[in-house]
Structures are given as structure tokens and as C-alpha cells.
Design a protein around this ligand. Structure first.
Ligand SMILES: *[C@@H]1O[C@H](CO)[C@@H](O)[C@H](O)[C@H]1NC(C)=O
Ligand SMILES: *[C@@H]1O[C@H](CO)[C@@H](O)[C@H](O)[C@H]1NC(C)=O
Length: 300
């Protein structure tokens, strides 16, 4: 999330040489390797609601949410997270990014963005289940460096910092992340460490990019079980990460580790890197979150 990926296109090459045995099952969506056990379409009757926020109160519920203020995350040189970029508006959680030169501890940041996670006073964490949020994204300009996201981290963190730690990106919206691509797109990603142990699979295994009408509301979902994680848009699966033992020969598919710790949820709106221009932010750019829900899978 903090440092962007270099080789999204490589994932296609890797998938095509993946030589796994396929068994007959009903799911048809793309996977890292092998057959998904997760449904192509989410059936809410299979789940029980554990947590939700409709963002329809006047203020953000700080029992659940921790809104960051003057937060600088790893290797962000352009932008600082401030609480003025996290609001409730029209029964939505609204995160923004703007051109706003700020100096903190003798360093200058040109842009400010928003960040909140579920480490509020009571907080919310979960292990396995289905998480989804209904989100409307802003229109991006050519080489816009806006970078809104809905993602998750283990809590407490049990590894060192990115890129060695685990991270799940349910929705990252970008048009400069791959370096070469300037279309707007989103993807879901399972990023895990340790890089030395597992090679560069965290980069290889980035889902196919999806291009939809981002300025409409869409549901971005993540279904997580012990052996698999699947990403959904509007309840329809587009990519699964399936456990593949790290001790396997890499030529039959890069190892995929499925995290097994408790995770918190995060929304943020960052501004990344070199292409950002003040004129991209004549108005603050905004991400609207209508609601977020987390379900547990019913026992069969
Ligand atoms: C809330 O977020 C801040 C970062 O802005 C972090 O330093 C703090 O530890 C978080 N609080 C909890 C209870 O995790
Ligand atoms: C891994 O598989 C490839 C292709 O089947 C093979 O050439 C190679 O020797 C194998 N490596 C090991 C360590 O088994």
C-alpha cells in the first residue's frame, strides 16, 4: 500500500505457466492456481452479520474507529494524513485528499489525505468471514496520483513493516501504480511476507485489474477462509488466492500464504508520488463510503 507495485502485468504471465491439476467444481472465476472453493456470487444467506457501520450518525463512532491525525506512514514524502480529511457527510463516511502544503517536524508535505481504522476505543477485529463496503470513487485525471483504498492489516502487527508484513487490499484505486498504465483500475491483493522466504509472489499475485464505472457506487468484498481469499465486486468474484504450500516446487505455482491472524479494517485516501500536481486538486478529491459490513460464514 505504501510503496507501489512494479509489475502488475507479470501476474498474467505467471498465471499462464501455472500447471496445476484442476478438479471439477462450480466456481469459474480466476485464481492464483487451482480451483476456487468460494462461490462466484455471494449468497448472504450463508453468512451472519458481525459488524456494520452505516455512517448515518452526525459523527464518526470512535468506539469503532480511530481517525489518524498528523500521521506519516512509511516512505510517504508527499502527503500527511490529517483528521480534516475524514468526515461524515450525507450519511456517508467521506475521505478526501487535497493540495495543502503543511510542515511537520521541519518537513514539508504538499498534500494531505485521510486515514482511519477499526482500532477505536472498543475497536473491531475479525478472523475469517466476508467483509464488504459500498464505495463511490472520484474521477481521476491523467497521471493523477490519488490513491484511495479499503484494506486490512493484522492487529497487533506480527511482522516487520511493509513490504515484509501481511496486508490485504480489498480495493485499491489507482492510475499510476503500475508505472506504465494510465487507465483507472482497481484490484484486490494478498500481500504477505517474508519476501526472502517466499520470493516475490506478493507482486506476482496481484489480481487482474478491473475497470468499471468507479464514480458509481459499487460493493467491494473480501471472502476469507483458512485456505483461500476471494475478492468480489458487487457480490461477483473476480479473483481468488488459494493456499499453495511454500515448500512446493515454485515452478508449479508460486507459494500463497493465507493469513490466519485477526485483522482490522482500514479506509484511507493517499496521494502517491511523482505525478501529483496541485491542479489535480482544485477541489479536494473524495471517496464516499455508504456502509461497511463484516459477516461470519455460517457453519454448514
Ligand atoms: C490510533 O491511530 C494512531 C495513528 O494515528 C496510532 O498511533 C494509535 O496507536 C492508534 N490507536 C490504537 C488504540 O491502536
Ligand atoms: C521444479 O520443477 C521443474 C519443472 O518441472 C524442474 O525442472 C525442477 O528440477 C524442479 N525443481 C526441484 C527442486 O525439484
Amino acid at each position: 500500500m505504501q510503496q507501489k507495485m512494479k509489475s502488475i502485468k507479470n501476474s498474467f504471465a505467471f498465471i499462464s505457466i501455472c500447471a496445476c491439476l484442476f478438479v471439477l467444481a462450480s466456481a469459474t472465476h480466476d485464481t492464483t492456481c487451482g480451483q476456487s472453493q468460494h462461490p462466484d456470487v455471494i449468497n448472504y444467506q450463508d453468512f451472519t452479520l458481525q459488524f456494520e457501520d452505516q455512517f448515518n450518525k452526525i459523527e464518526i463512532n470512535t468506539q469503532y474507529w480511530n481517525v489518524s491525525d498528523n500521521l506519516i506512514r512509511t516512505n510517504q514524502q508527499f502527503q500527511i494524513y490529517t483528521k480534516e480529511n475524514v468526515k461524515i457527510k450525507d450519511d456517508n463516511l467521506v475521505l478526501s485528499a487535497q493540495y495543502k502544503p503543511t510542515t511537520l517536524e521541519q518537513k514539508k508535505y504538499d498534500y494531505s489525505g485521510g486515514y482511519l481504522d477499526t482500532t477505536g476505543s472498543i475497536g473491531f477485529k475479525f478472523q475469517y468471514g466476508y467483509a464488504e463496503a459500498r464505495i463511490k470513487l472520484p474521477k481521476l485525471q491523467f497521471q493523477d496520483s490519488s490513491f484511495p483504498a479499503f484494506w486490512a492489516l493484522p492487529h497487533p502487527a506480527y511482522n516487520s513493516r511493509w513490504p515484509y508484513s501481511v496486508e490485504v487490499d480489498i480495493m485499491e484505486y489507482c492510475n499510476v501504480c503500475s508505472g506504465s498504465d494510465t487507465n483507472d483500475y482497481i484490484y484486490g491483493a494478498n500481500i504477505y511476507g517474508n519476501r526472502q522466504q517466499y520470493g516475490d509472489c506478493r507482486i506476482w499475485y496481484r489480481s487482474t485489474m478491473k475497470q468499471i464505472t468507479f464514480t458509481d457506487y459499487h460493493l467491494y468484498g473480501w471472502f476469507w477462509t483458512e485456505k483461500e481469499m476471494t475478492f468480489y465486486i458487487d457480490g461477483v468474484a473476480y479473483y481468488s488466492y488459494i493456499f499453495n504450500d511454500p515448500s512446493n516446487n515454485k515452478s508449479i505455482g508460486c507459494p500463497v500464504v493465507i493469513p490466519d491472524k485477526e485483522f482490522i479494517l482500514i479506509f484511507d485516501f493517499a496521494v502517491i508520488e511523482k505525478y501529483a500536481k496541485p491542479e489535480h486538486y482544485k477541489e479536494p478529491k473524495e471517496m464516499y463510503v455508504d456502509y461497511v459490513k463484516v459477516y461470519s460464514l455460517n457453519k454448514k
